[in-house]
Design a protein around this ligand. Sequence first.
Ligand code: PLP
Length: 649
Amino acid sequence: MTTERRTKTPPWTIEDSAELYGIREWGHGYFDVSAKGEVVVNLKDGKKTKPVSLAQIVKGLRDRGTQLPVLIRFGDLLRWRIDELNEGFASSIREAKYQGAYRGVYPIKVNQQQEVIDEITRYGRKYHYGLEAGSKPELIAALAYMHDPEAYIVCNGYKDEEFIDLALYAQKMGLQVIMVLEMPSELKLILDRSKKMGVRPTLGVRFKLSAESAGHWAGSGGDASVFGLNISQLMTVVDTLREEGMLDCLRMLHYHQGSQIPNIRAIRQAVTEAARVYCGLVQEGARMGILDLGGGLAISYDGFKGATSASSNYGTKEYCADVIEAISEVTAEAGVPHPDIITESGRAIVAYYSVLVINILDVNRFEPPTGSIELAKDAPALLKNLAELHEESLKNNNKLTRERLQEIYNDAVYYRDKLRTEFSYGKIGLRDRSLGEEMYWGVMTWVSGKLESVGHDGSQMDRMSAVMTDYYYGNFSVFQSLPDLWAIDQIFPVMPIHRLKEKPTRNAVLSDITCDSDGKIDKFAHGGQICESLPLHDPEIESGVDYMLGIFLVGAYQETLGDLHNLLGDTNVVSVSIENGKLKYRREQEGDSVSEVLSYVEYDPKDLATRFRNLAESAVVSNRITPTERREIMGAFEAGLRGYTYFES
Ligand code: PLP
């Protein structure tokens, strides 16, 4: 009785789910699991913070007729991120008695949506939080929204005459617009235009640091970076400005190490080098006053605490403190006043802001045989060999050794490969091949289950877990909603948003609905490691109740980089907040309709309908369909044109 109780596995709890999916690690306190077993997002209700269930939000949307997939935005999370960064710098500045100010700018390219820019300029005003524009359209958006004379508008990127004129006009009107020289040739054009307009420009210069960082975007910094001036070009700019009597216009040194810098040491190294260059420019007689560190402040997508490319070994507080300390040290040595500090933090501000919720449409299960397989007496020898291995796997062998396990694996792979070769030479029939492969997968499933107890590391059994998995088909497009996942193997947290009181019983790769083999998620951070499949619940498709997954931290870079692969368009979008305990759905935007995406690729929906109608009419004329059927068929075609590009239920 006592033994029995001891060996019973305790029931699965929400704590187990929280740990499995690492939500408390990557969720940054914004996301958690409720006692009901649902993912909650913490939102502000008046002065209090309240957890709101994502499943509840989706239910409200469904009741209103909004279909999945849906991108849900949380303005509260955006505001908290702005607070965290600005207050982080404010407290480090206070503690270090730093004399300059922090005046962050948000790089528009990271999420250009009007709602983001509107929120940042309104809410960020108390911090004089500015904007970074990397192109003419971004500058135009910045000028329309940023009217705080104490905030900066930093202009990076290539500049033509029109861009420069706009920046100079804005400066004339009292805005603090800084034009950053990305290439030596830009200086002449800026000086010409500013002389013509009678405005002394505020100039910055982007410098190629020698310090290189790790991470995917390391190439954005260092000697090999595409952007910025090297040291001799920098000196030429200083000399030209001096000759023109305009050294007072050079106000800012800028660098950008790359996005998502995982290691704080690299950040410290870069800021130290930049501070030395800054001091050198002051000593050359430039007016200066501002040091712009670019982007790079990392967030944890995988929930790990180390310097992995999807994570970081530091937090916002440490980042702010280290930046202030490094600049203070260098400027003190050089006897140069503390500059104002700009960072162009992008993903750290907006990544948490959006969550994509999808539903699972179908499943392709990995189901190896559970019992013996009967073979015909005259079955090929190869099949009999596989059957022997399979029988051994079905016995409860307590004395199984590491060596024997390896041997069984080797033999099974050998027989399976031979089976396939013999099949292609026509020596083995289709049904026998199928039986052989079934037994092979039975053996493999058993082998993988034994690795831990037998103490085998499984390293030679490469990619076994990636194959022995279910495929869950999710209602989304990787190319439209998660382009970085496809392009650069970015990790995003993925987990069910409900049923978290239940133990997940399946392992799955998540496929999208494009017909592209790249349209899948097969890298997940869970249980403290990167795995090729994700533990999920049986989606019980037959029940008619949706099994829903959240894909988190998709607020940075994903929305506008997405493309129309397979003509799957923008998803539905909604912004959610709470007021007096009630959910508020704002700024609902319907996703692209089929006719919209077709028109993006130059089809005229009316012409498409006419062409199809002609086909239908010729079918009527040749008696293949009746006129009534033609009406029904045309109705279906036109409804299809009006419909959502994703699966509708
Ligand atoms: N500033 C510049 C010049 C950039 O190129 C980038 C992005 O690579 C950023 C800022 C934003 O970087 P992050 O999103 O890592 O903060």
